[in-house]
Design a protein around this ligand. Sequence first.
Ligand code: ATP
Length: 738
Amino acid sequence: MGSVDVEAEAAKKRSDVVEWLNYLFPDFNLPLEASDEELRALLLDGFVFFGILGRINPSYSGEIQGGEFVPEKRSDYIRGFASAVDQMGLPCFKFLDLEQGSMSSVVMCLLSVRDHIISSNGNDGIQKSLAKSWNRPSDSWRSLEADNLEGVDIRQDEQTNGDQNSSRVVDETNQNDRQLKFQLSMLSTITSEPTTPLSSNAVDKFHEVFQLKQGRYSDLPASKISEMMKSNSLESAPTQSLLSVMNGILDESIERKSGEIPQRVACLLKKVVQEIERRISTQAEHIRKQNNLIKARERKFQSRIRALETLASGSSEEAKIIMDKLQYVKDLKASSESIKDEVLSTKQRWTEEFSSLGKKLKVLTDAAENYHVVLAENRKLFNEVQELKGNIRVYCRIRPFLSGENRKSTTIDYIGENGELLLVNPFKQGKDGNHSFKFNRVFGPAATQEEIFLDIQPLIRSVLDGYNVCIFAYGQTGSGKTYTMTGPNLSTKEDWGVNYRALNDLFNISRIMNSSQPNGLAVPDASLHLVNSTSDVLELMQIGLANRAVGATALNERSSRSHSIVTVHVRGADLKTGATLRSSLNLVDLAGSERVDRSEVTGDRLREAQHINKSLSALGDVIFALSQKSSHVPYRNSKLTQVLQSSLGGQAKTLMFVQINPDVKSYSETFSTLKFAERVSGVELGAARSNKESKDIRDLMEQVASLKGKMARKDEEIERLQLLKDMGNQSPENGKER
Ligand SMILES: Nc1ncnc2c1ncn2[C@@H]1O[C@H](COP(=O)(O)OP(=O)(O)OP(=O)(O)O)[C@@H](O)[C@H]1O
């Protein structure tokens, strides 16, 4: 068989099925040439299977009977139908085929069902089956007067009689009958009323009433009306039918004009009206519920709308915040730009100001440098004036606080660059407590040994020009005299005091010639040693230090209990001119002046203190006499002043370090020390004189000396001759006397 034939065969079968369905469900009115898809669309809602199922499967009939078509149960109907067909041993289809597969299995199944019904019930099998399933009592049909129902009755009778060959007229009648039943059923399904399932019986009853178009209600027998009312059929009747009944009765009553309605019809009318009222109230309740439901839904939707609005407004607020922030950022950016511009312009301004300030600063620096140059010049001139006058130079040095001393309690208020010093009396307030002094220089606690030495270096070097130089340190015990003149120890060069530095310097610039000639030292037990280098001197000084009496007092742990004097004799000769020079450098570290009550010394220490104080007071007397330009200067009152006589007595360059302990407790000693120093600085020794002798003078001197020698020898000769002459003139007795 060709494909065309197959398709034609399938179309034929499909049209058979459509024809059958049209027969069962006249409302469908499907065209016979309907396509597979049109047929599928019809079958998929399940109504066809719902209609047929109750009639082919008795076990389903109870379920279907009295039930109404529920579209949501369509798959149950389809499956129920398929299962019933299966049980009947007929070819079935799969649900999937109906949904989207080939319709041929569905068509085959329906045709088999059709054939099965026809073969088991004859041509009217289906009608019989439907009537049976709706439980219609066959005899009730007979009593109805309507033509079409009569037809049914006839057919029914014929069926009952087992007549299998029904006439064409009967078929048509059956078709109309089925059409009506399905119309009612569908009306019930669509309007969902009555609420109770529409039984075939009720439908039939109302069909009877409804069909009374030409008849009159008043003619209905009482038994028929009471039967209608008894069987609860009103409750099952469609509202439309009830309204028809009511209208019919009322029309009839109007027609008769008598206004009378027979009692039984009135009862029916009342019942019908009650039923309509009930339905209206049910509908009203239903509508109310629907209304509530709708309202609830509306509320729900409104709350959703509100939520959405909130969301929308929220998002618009957020958008606003973001916009604000954006604006803020823009503003910030703008202000940062303007700040940047301002910073740049300020920077520019500052750069200009800085450069102009720099220029001014340069001018100031130059001026300051000039000022310092002028200052240094002034100092030099002042020193020269001093030198011409022969003043004793006074350098004041303030030692730093030692550990254990209170740094805040200082008596030193101010140290000027030009030797000014302001001393404050801690026990007196105001101006009375202030004492200002002026020295050649004042070194503060931070001054180093190097700085001190550099300042006095030219003075020391003048020794090599034939000047006598004396440097001595004066001050109360523990004020730093030894530190300045010698240093705390000899381990490091930085700590070296004036002594070592001076000698080192002298050796660095000259050679010192041997001098074995005694120079008339004024101090007994003093010895003169030849030195050729700094180390020779250091060695000698170590011996001297070891010999020096040192003891602990309450004011100084290592107090020097003696004066230390290092004298360097210098002799030189100018090789060009032949001039010679002789000079001496006295480096004196005096023993400390002390108040024996404060130093708490007794015994030997006390005796030492008394000696020390005696020699220092002798020094004070000498200084006083010199400052007063007295004719008599008491050098010989102590060995100290005797040693220093050549330095203090004129023609020497003398410098005194006046040492200060800044501690408040030492105020009175500091004050008297400074007073003494002030007096020393006022002493004019006269212009220093170099001990250089030119060659001519020396030659003359030598000639004078040799002449003197010759003269002396002549004198001796004369004396001897005179003596011999006198001896020659004396008697032998004179010779005895001798
Ligand atoms: N400029 C200074 N820097 C640091 N320490 C110093 C200074 N001057 C003095 N000292 C310290 O102060 C203490 C006393 O100093 P120093 O022995 O030199 O005093 P002095 O005047 O020689 O005393 P005395 O008359 O009793 O011998 C020492 O410990 C010393 O090291």
